[in-house]
Write a protein that binds this ligand. Structure first.
Ligand code: PLP
Length: 407
């Protein structure tokens, strides 16, 4: 068999094998084999500009050498030990996260629980809130149109009834209020409430940025009513919005911060940080994870965070974000650009985002239809100017040709 025929046969086998996968996602239009920086390559070696990065995961770009090397060295040293024993990486990475959350003051303000995903980071936050507040006070308020994960509790916190409907009955103790509405929150925040869980900027909900005084007002309300302010920075955290954490743009202090996606630059690792007095509510046996905080994932996190600091990803996200945003505003059919740093959505004048994303993919650009009429972009924070120009040229051409959008 020729090499080409062998490759084709192997490809066919791989596609046929999809019958063994649960159908929780639509059929994929392309299968990727490798990546380098902002570029992904499919099975035929065709390059694609990745302006979605696994949904804000691969913030340093694919196969970043520092992370690849750290993972390889750690894999050959020690992948895993039970959390019943210590490993040197966990305290080190926790200390770095605490410093980044506290704006580099170096004052220890909190403690970290490591896990494997964003949903698990939020599960930890939800359990911590109940443990902290004690009996009779267990309600968590979150926002309509929010996204917090797919486990039963985080799905219940998620403010999207269509995603919840097939899985009712849902766990009790979750209330939703309109996002960016302080009066509605004030009304709901009674003495049964343990915590308010919010995204500082709603990612999956369409890249929705609240008023600049919203989070500050929520902080004041939570303090007044003795409820925790828990911020879900799973998508927005770690430089994505041009700040280490999006809340830092508002100058407030949350009680709990959850993160995941970018933390391992593709290795599955999440974390829930809480102020020390709040974290103290957990004792041995209250929460746990077999894999959470294991050396292999944390070697990736340590290398990712160190590289992010050296590369000044926050400054780069601000500069590149301003450039991408300005470029998007000049494209046909784009009526507005929302977001911050390198988490942006182009609002279109017609519900053609799906077609636009599909055509962009055919032309070698990955973007995502975050709403029927909005296209999301979240490229690597190290994206180069030429790559931004190229992406804008591709997307501009796609939008210009799409039927349905007003000319
Ligand atoms: N929270 C937010 C804000 C998210 O955007 C996501 C995923 O998109 C999650 C939680 C869930 O993260 P994971 O898919 O890692 O469980």
């Amino acid at each position: 068999m020729s090499a080409d025929a062998a490759a084709a046969a192997e490809g066919a086998l791989r596609v046929e094998g999809r019958q063994f996968l649960m159908r929780t996602y639509p059929e994929p239009p392309v299968t990727f084999e490798r990546g380098q920086g902002t570029v992904l390559y499919d099975a035929e070696g065709r390059p694609y500009l990745d302006f979605i990065t696994g949904l804000a995961v691969v913030s340093l770009g694919h196969a970043h050498p520092a992370v690849a090397e750290a993972v390889a060295v750690q894999a050959a040293t020690l992948c895993h030990v039970s959390n019943l024993y210590g490993n040197a990486l966990a305290p080190e990475v926790a200390r770095t996260l605490d410093r980044l959350i506290n704006g580099g003051t170096g004052q220890a303000g909190g403690q970290v629980f490591f896990c494997n995903s964003g949903a698990e980071a939020n599960e930890c936050a939800l359990k911590l809130a109940r443990r902290w507040a004690g009996g009779g006070r267990h309600v968590v308020i979150s926002a309509e149109n929010s996204f917090h994960g797919r486990t039963l509790a985080t799905l219940t916190a998620t403010g999207q009834p269509d995603k919840q409907a097939p899985f009712r009955p849902l766990p009790e103790g979750f209330v939703h209020v309109p996002y960016d509405d302080v009066a509605a929150l004030s009304e709901a925040l009674d003495d049964t409430v343990a915590a308010v869980l919010l995204e500082p900027l709603q990612g999956e909900g369409g890249v929705v940025v609240p008023s600049s005084d919203y989070l500050g007002a929520v902080r004041a309300l939570c303090t007044e009513r003795n409820a925790l302010l828990m911020l879900d920075e799973v998508q927005t955290g770690l430089g994505r919005t041009g700040h280490w954490f999006a809340f830092q743009a508002q100058g407030l202090e949350p009680d709990v911060v959850t993160m995941a996606k970018a933390l391992g630059n593709g290795m599955p690792v999440g974390a829930c940080w809480a102020r020390a007095e709040v974290a103290a509510a957990f004792g041995p046996g209250d929460h746990g994870s077999t894999f959470g905080g294991q050396p292999l994932a944390l070697a990736a996190a340590r290398a990712t965070l160190a590289t992010m600091e050296t590369e000044d990803v926050c400054g780069r996200a601000q500069r590149a974000g301003a450039c991408l945003s300005a470029g998007l505003q000049g494209l046909p059919h784009v009526t507005a650009v929302r977001g911050s740093g390198l988490l942006l959505a182009a609002q279109l004048d017609a519900p053609v985002a799906k077609e636009a994303a599909a055509t962009a993919l055919e032309r070698g650009l990955l973007v995502n239809a975050v709403r029927p009429d909005a296209v999301r972009m979240a490229p690597p924070l190290l994206v180069r100017d030429e790559e931004i120009d190229e992406a804008l040229t591709v997307l501009g051409g796609v939008l210009d040709e799409l039927p349905g959008a007003a000319g």
